[in-house]
Design a protein around this ligand. Structure first.
Ligand SMILES: Cc1cc2nc3c(=O)[nH]c(=O)nc-3n(C[C@H](O)[C@H](O)[C@H](O)COP(=O)(O)O)c2cc1C
Length: 399
């Protein structure tokens, strides 16, 4: 079933729901060309800006939080916008669309505080033949100081005004890329909808300081001993992205491109179940390359086939009805630990310690494994999470 991944994004169609997010992997036409050849369904160009806006990046501009085996948890960047001119991108858009007509090519743009500069960019990239425009009102570093990026995305009136102005002149659908650095992203999405947006993208990176080198007394990343706060991305931000996409799905009826911490097909499925039509990915490609698309496509294809679906469109938003206000969730269901018959307890005692110091002191370690004192257990589930051998399994009681 070669076409099972075909996806719709509002009025747009794409061969699969996997899109490269605006960032280093979409910094040139040649890179996007290689990504499309590898199988990516679409790409959002690294944010294009008026030629007069000077972009000078810091070096270094990344920092990473990794595990002992080099696996990536979280990533910080303080990178700015595209280093190419508008006419460079006009030519690349024309050429890419000629060679890859079926792939979705989105031009991310950022003008200055005079919104007519955004209109000018929108007209130029639209005339060059891009399929859609994404308004970057969400960059959290560098640009807000100039009243741009997240400074616009944190102001509902400005989102509405800018979207309205760009939509009035754009020849292709306009998506607004929202910032998570705000209390209620639903309000931002509503402003975009009121301004006439055709869709929203969420999330951009989350403001962060990745860490401090406590020996050199320097912030990370450090440029000559000095640093600045940046944008957080990668696996650590997926739970925040999911929450934001869920909020947007419930606030507006616009198509959504879900973004944030996606590194495997299962992450993409989660975003789609919460209402995203397609997903964008940046950090996972920076860490592992364009080729991750192969396993992502195969994984999602198999998942859809095994569950009897014909397209990612059929699972979109299907989990939303299960997201309920806290007070409406049943209190008559309780989950308690039970000893698994299939797994051997390692006698590590982690569950006992966790329950004693972070729970209800309801576990006693015996030579046969932990024993639960049912009268003390409050059903919080902490022991099940800390158990390394999975010897503890959940026993669900209801009524
Ligand atoms: C190094 C770097 C540069 C980025 N540059 C841009 C950019 O120019 N425009 C933009 O809209 N988002 C930019 N982003 C944000 C990503 O498009 C994306 O929203 C974010 O990284 C979260 O997705 P991820 O966890 O898959 O990386 C950048 C992200 C990174 C890591």
């Amino acid at each position: 079933m070669p076409d099972i991944l075909k996806t719709t994004l509002g009025s747009l169609a794409l061969p699969n729901p996997f899109i490269l997010a605006s960032g280093p992997p979409t910094a040139s036409g040649e890179m996007i060309r290689r990504a499309f050849q590898a199988g990516w369904g679409g790409a959002v160009i690294k944010t294009i800006h008026p030629d007069g806006m000077e972009i000078q990046d810091l070096s270094p501009r990344f920092a990473a939080w990794t595990g002992t085996k080099g696996e990536l948890f979280g990533f910080e960047n303080v990178e700015l916008l595209s280093k190419k001119t508008v006419s460079y991108w006009e030519n690349e858009i024309r050429s890419l669309k000629q060679d890859f007509p079926a792939n979705l090519l989105v031009a991310s743009i950022m003008g200055d505080t005079d919104f007519s500069t955004w209109q000018n960019l929108a007209i130029r990239v639209g005339d060059a033949g891009c399929d859609a425009i994404e308004l970057n009102v969400s960059c959290p570093h560098g640009m807000p100081e100039a009243g741009l990026g997240a400074a616009i995305g944190q102001n509902p009136d400005l989102i509405r005004k800018l979207t309205k102005m760009v939509s009035a002149v754009a020849s292709v659908p306009v998506f607004v890329k929202l910032t998570p650095n705000i209390t209620d992203i639903g309000t931002s999405a509503l402003s975009a909808e009121e301004g006439g947006a055709d869709g929203v993208s969420a999330i951009n990176t989350i403001q962060c300081i990745l860490g401090i080198d406590i020996d050199s007394f320097e912030p990370l990343p450090s440029t000559g001993g000095k640093g600045t706060s940046g944008g957080y991305s990668g696996p650590a931000i997926k739970p925040i992205g999911l929450k934001m996409v869920s909020d947007i799905s419930q606030a507006v009826s616009l198509p959504i491109m879900g973004i944030g911490g996606i590194s495997k097909w299962q992450d993409a499925v989660e975003y789609i179940l919460l209402g995203a039509s397609a997903v964008q990915i940046c950090t996972a490609v920076m860490w592992n390359g364009y080729e991750i698309i192969r396993a992502m496509k195969t994984g999602m294809e198999n998942y859809l086939i095994q569950n009897g679906f014909n397209s990612p469109d059929e699972i979109r938003g299907t989990i939303l009805g299960k997201m309920q206000p806290h007070h409406t969730i049943s209190r008559s269901i309780r989950v308690e630990p039970a000893i698994s018959e299939n797994q051997v307890c390692l006698q590590c005692g982690k569950c006992v310690t966790a329950c004693r110091d972070g729970g209800y002191d309801a576990l006693i370690l015996t030579p046969k494994g932990p024993v639960v004192e049912r009268t003390r257990c409050d059903g919080c589930g902490l022991c099940l999470l800390v158990c390394g051998s999975k010897a503890l399994t959940p026993m669900i009681r209801s009524g």
